[in-house]
Design a protein around this ligand. Structure first.
Ligand code: ADP
Ligand code: MG
Length: 435
């Protein structure tokens, strides 16, 4: 009988979440304490009305709305529910003092966790709520034990009451758990909706910026052409200035190109590109730069592995990643590029012994225009990520400040028989260890 009544109570407890998911889907529970307060107050009222009475004791899930209101709605919602509880309890009569005392006692733990609650992530919130949900059961137990001792209950009565406490405790914790999980899924849905809206906004902005960048590039090319002509003919003072102007113009042009590439990577010519060959070309390209920085580049390759891509795009992505590694590394350090395949995937690992990044920097990496360099653009990594993701690959960073960074690129690839293999190119000054 008790279990039946309590299960009806579970339904009452879950009602607010259902109503919210049906009619107030876009409301953030956290930001609408009054709404939460009203819902949970109705819930506490109904659960008291439908409580199970036995020997002057009322069994119901009144504390669940109290816990939920304090944790999810904060002090306002919690206060509203407490007032509703006290009012309803007064109307019900019986042992009022006990009712009031248990109500106030039950709020202690939830209100202690109230402030910290939203700092936790969803999983920890669920655990916390279930843990806090145990508290009212404990209060109930203490009150009942006190009651048994004072009234000198018979052994039979004591057994029955203890049995009831067990059923009550189990159902109450279950109710809290289900309600919290439903609440969290509502919160997640709301967050996802916001995230989608934000992404859409960014997308529109990005497209707008891309079209402007595109329009700027054309006049820039014309200006650059004429300046180059003037530069060639100039013999006087202006020669030096024109050189400077051309360098800066080149920089502006490459930023615009990078941005356009980020906004829309153009995969013009798809072909089967041999990864080892591509990496060799990239390394050759960066060799002079590495030498200037005093950084040694070591390569370990597996030949005969192919990826379907636009060679220039993948090259661009890898150049950006490797160049970052070289730039982060001090003179005398090294950058190791290793490539190997496993099944349908190829791994390219670029590790450097550079200055590394802390977790905050890692989190910002890949955001447009994030750079820590004087002459950096903060576009390289974003472009690389975009290209690799467009190829159906993934890229991940592991870094430790002062130790170095390891970038892992995973790309879908396939092996081909050696007969189809293209001729290899030699790497004159780079140490090549073949895997
Ligand atoms: P840029 O190179 O123009 O600064 P990127 O998007 O390529 O732009 O890189 C953004 C920032 O990420 C860099 O300024 C640097 O602080 C950090 N970073 C990227 N790769 C590494 C790396 N391998 N080691 C240390 N820091 C790195
Ligand atoms: Mg870079």
């Amino acid at each position: 009988m008790l279990a039946e009544k309590l299960l009806l109570n579970v339904l009452i407890i879950l009602m607010p979440v259902f109503i919210q998911s049906l009619f107030f889907e876009n409301k953030n529970i956290r930001k609408s304490p009054y709404l939460c307060g009203v819902f949970q107050s109705i819930s506490v009222f109904l659960s008291l009305v439908f409580s199970y009475e036995e020997g002057g004791l009322f069994w119901d899930l009144r504390y669940v709305p109290l816990v939920l209101a304090f944790l999810y709605g904060g002090p306002i919602a919690g206060g509203m529910v407490l007032v509703s509880y006290l009012a309803t309890r007064s109307f019900m009569g019986g042992d009022l003092l006990l009712g009031y005392a248990s109500g106030f006692l039950a709020t202690i733990v939830p209100s202690l966790f109230m402030k910290k609650f939203w700092k936790f992530d969803a999983k920890k919130r669920i655990r916390t709520a279930v843990f806090v949900g145990f508290w009212p059961t404990f209060v109930m137990l203490v009150i009942l034990v006190a009651n048994i001792i004072i009234n000198e209950a018979t052994a039979e009565d004591t057994n029955r009451i203890m049995m009831n406490v067990a059923i009550f405790g189990a159902i109450q914790v279950f109710a809290v758990w289900v309600a919290v999980i439903l609440n969290e899924s509502l919160i997640e849905k709301e967050m996802m909706r916001k995230e989608i809206l934000r992404a859409e906004k960014l997308n529109t902005l990005g497209e707008l910026a891309a079209s402007i960048a595109h329009e700027i590039r054309n006049p820039l090319t014309v200006v650059k052409g004429f300046l180059q002509m003037m530069h060639k003919q100039e013999k006087g003072d202006n020669y030096y200035y024109l050189s400077l102007v051309l360098t800066e113009l080149g920089r502006a042009e490459s930023i615009i190109n990078d941005y356009l590439n980020f906004a829309k990577p153009q995969f013009e010519k798809l072909e089967d590109a041999e990864l080892a060959k591509l990496l060799t070309e990239v390394t050759l390209l960066l060799e002079a730069f590495a030498a200037k920085e005093g950084v040694q580049v070591n390569v370990q390759l597996e030949w005969g592995v192919y990826v379907k891509t636009d060679r220039n795009q993948l090259k661009q992505a890898l150049v950006n990643i490797i160049k970052n590694g070289i730039e982060a590394t001090d003179e005398g350090g090294e950058v190791v590029i290793s490539q190997a395949s496993a099944g349908d995937y190829s791994y390219i690992v670029v590790s450097d012994t550079g200055k590394g990044m802390d977790s905050e920097q890692l989190a910002r990496l890949g955001t447009l225009f994030y750079t820590t360099k004087d002459k950096g653009t903060g576009l390289g990594t974003s472009v690389s990520i975009k290209i690799i993701e467009a190829m159906g690959g993934t890229i991940s960073y592991k870094s430790e400040p002062g130790v170095g960074t390891e970038v892992t690129v995973i790309l879908p690839s396939k092996k081909k028989t050696p007969t189809e293999e293209e001729p290899r190119i030699d790497l004159p000054e780079i140490i090549v260890k073949e895997a």
